[in-house]
Design a protein around this ligand. Sequence first.
Ligand SMILES: Nc1nc2c(ncn2[C@@H]2O[C@H](COP(=O)(O)OP(=O)(O)OP(=O)(O)O)[C@@H](O)[C@H]2O)c(=O)[nH]1
Length: 335
Amino acid sequence: MARTTVNGMMDDFQGVMPRNMVIAVGIASLLLAVPGFWTGHLRQAIVFVVVGAVLLVLAALYWRRPMPESCRFSIVLLLSALVISLLQYHGTLAVYWVFPLLAISYFLFKGWVAIAVASVATLVVSIAGFLVLPLEHAWRMMAALLIILVLGSVFTTTIGRLQQLLHRLVVTDTLTGLQNRHQVNDVLSRLIHNFRRYQRPASLILLDIDHFKQVNDTHGHLYGDQMLKQLATRLQATLRVNDHVFRVGGEEFLVALPETAFAEALTVAEKIRLAVAERPFEGKDATSQLTVSLGVAQLRGEQSWSEWISVADLALLEAKRKGRNQVVKGRAIVQ
Ligand SMILES: Nc1nc2c(ncn2[C@@H]2O[C@H](COP(=O)(O)OP(=O)(O)OP(=O)(O)O)[C@@H](O)[C@H]2O)c(=O)[nH]1
């Protein structure tokens, strides 16, 4: 089943690419057997059929789960052996098959692993070339392989960087630089896993700026944006580095506290409340005294991440109802 978290979707995508490549090479191998049967090169045709069948079986085996690295290494080894034996039988004519081998490495692996695998493939095939081809052809083949190696490495590192950038853009709130709601599912699911497996406590604080509409209405949206940015900075300054802060709505923020039980989470929430209320926020043309209302919930039992947030949400609503600028746990008012 396709996953819906950002990291899950990235992983799914990265798992699909090698599998599709293995299917494509498997089908190509089966098709390449046809001319062999046609022209009477039976042994060669059978090798192509076997390689094609092995690849298609592997793709089927790993249809729903990522293909392990060891399996992908074995595929490159199998294809390298095939290419080297073709070089041995057909000499210079088989050089054409060396280049797809290198290209495939970049689809089966990513980043530095892809570059390392392609380098080893280049080295091994070049040595084979020097052993079985005329020297002049072996040199040319090696030079072409090295050029592909360099271009492929630039290509794969560029794609890797673009992927990181895309991930950062998707999970970052552009106004405040905090994580956005796309990342909530991933982070809370991890905390739930740690709680169920290792009994590590975790808590949530949901907070909302009080009467923020008035701030916008009085000073304009750009001024409101400045306030949101400053609030984000204050939140980060108040929290520990391994706590997570998300902007989950216009003026609503979610704080996830790993390794934090209820009592400590309430203390953190109170610290946040004071950090916001203790001194005014300074915009370009005006100064505003903001306050926040906060709901706190500790992860319990078999709660899903959305049920966990709902508990904090109800507490936040209660804090608003009871007059704002306060911390509420469950349904009991702390302050
Ligand atoms: N400047 C700015 N304002 C935003 C942004 N997103 C939401 N808002 C504003 O936040 C305000 C939220 O108003 P309400 O939901 O009525 O809440 P409130 O005025 O804070 O009142 P309470 O939450 O009940 O205390 C609205 O004026 C929105 O326009 C944003 O990105 N920038």
